[in-house]
Design a protein around this ligand. Sequence first.
Ligand SMILES: *Cc1c(COP(=O)(O)O)cnc(C)c1O
Length: 405
Amino acid sequence: MSHSPQPPADQPNPLASAQRATQAIWGGEGGTTWQRATQTPVVNSVSFGYGDCDEWRSVALGETPGHIYGRNTNPTVQVFEEKVRLLEGAAAATSFATGMAAISDTLFTLLAPGDRVVSVVDTYGGTNRLFSEFLPRVGVVVELCQTEDAEAIERAIDGGLRVLYLETPTNPTCKVLDLARLAQRAHERGAIVVVDNTFATPINQQPLQLGADLVIHSATKFLGGHADALGGVLAGDAELVRSVYQRREITGATLHPEAAYLLLRGMKTLALRVERQNFNALTVARHLQQHPRVAQVFYPGLEDHPNHDVAKRQMTGGFGGVLSFQLHGEFDAVKRFLPRLQLAHRAANLGAVETVVAPPATGSHVELTAEQRAALGIPETLVRYSCGIEDVRDLIADLDQALGA
Ligand SMILES: *Cc1c(COP(=O)(O)O)cnc(C)c1O
């Protein structure tokens, strides 16, 4: 039942204090060798065999490290969990088939009928469906606050709660929540603080160091980085991670070893990619701010972002690879602009090595009415732009020709 291989207490893991670029490369690797291979193999085996009944029982009871059955643990998957554990500075980590599996298994483990959860209106669309539909159905009381109103969130916290669930920067308007301040307030009420760190990545922001108890990623996005594998991961307090893991063992949304391999391969370049994406996004945001066809740019790295000071304090590596911008005019302006882009996938994804662009009106928030989007501060002509690792001069030239033609 082990979540991740832990070195014995008398043998401190030097990677625990290493820089994150080093952890992304070496973290978790080396424990699973096959014929002296230097790379972690994909172990496509549903079960693991034992000739010795005592050993079998000991592994099955979690007293001895090892694997029994692939829905529970797998060597390739475990290396992925250990890498994320180190990057987030967590006591434990466990993984899931998708980011939504991580989020739903976590919330349904922590929350029982009658419990109260406080969050914000700007969470990821799938998370928002859990809050608006699936959790209330089992009697969980959900209170969603306006993301930009810190006092309203604090008042909701003071009303008592079991879980505070946060996501920052938010999708798609890049609002920023003050994690340290809200986590402290929630802990005064005895709550568990969960943060979706997908947009920021552990390179830019480490919620556990800011007071969160649990951090979640859609590994599908920046962690994997190549838009070729789905995955999710939960890291943080060992007891909490264990309780969610025990649920996932049964609900069965297990990360596949092939996906774990692709995510591991992608993560070796995580720091390089994110540093470039931070640079590209800030450069593009500054350029678009001056552009006559652009009404407004949303990016926490811009000095005039309403929470720039908070972002500067808590996003120590950079402000992330995702920005959004509002075009002047009606939705027709978006319809003209998008097909002209040469260097962007028009798709429902983000965090990849290629630039990916999507208007919330047809993508993440397509199921809402224009009025509902307006209530969330999402203009009809908003475009979400997730920078890849291309040369930023080419991205700017591409944006200019698509905007200006
Ligand atoms: C994509 C995403 C998710 C869901 O992840 P999947 O891997 O698609 O299930 C959750 N949170 C955020 C912020 C995301 O961008």
